[in-house]
Design a protein. Structure first.
Length: 116
């Protein structure tokens, strides 16, 4: 059972890291940004690109932090469950709290993209 939990958490981390990479590529290429008019000021374009880059950094940093947190809490949870299987529910909650870090980063990224 613990192997399936670990694979599930790895899949969730992979999805979050993939979303962060998509946002980073979108920010660097400005593919998600609206087309600028010929007469648009350069400062407005720079602010839009900076906001998108900030969103990508926020999501990527949160995903990396969540991955590190899940690595440590997941290992400790598996060790605790191997000794006392009744700790399964508590261990999943603690690993889920560590995974919440990535969700917070994703929310900040969405807010920054909406304001760009």
């Amino acid at each position: 059972m613990s192997v399936w939990i670990r694979r599930g958490l790895q899949a969730v981390n992979a999805v979050i890291v993939l979303a962060a990479l998509v946002l980073l590529v979108s920010a660097l290429t400005a593919a998600g940004a609206p087309r600028a008019d010929v007469g648009a000021p350069a400062a407005a374009l720079a602010v839009n690109g900076t906001a998108l880059l900030g969103a990508a950094i926020a999501v990527a940093g949160a995903a990396i932090g969540a991955g590190i947190a899940v690595a440590y809490t997941g290992a400790a949870a598996l060790a605790a469950m191997s000794e006392r299987p009744e700790l399964f529910g508590r261990a999943i909650v603690i690993v889920g709290l560590a995974e919440g870090i990535a969700i917070y980063g994703l929310v900040i990224g969405v807010i920054l993209i909406q304001r760009a």
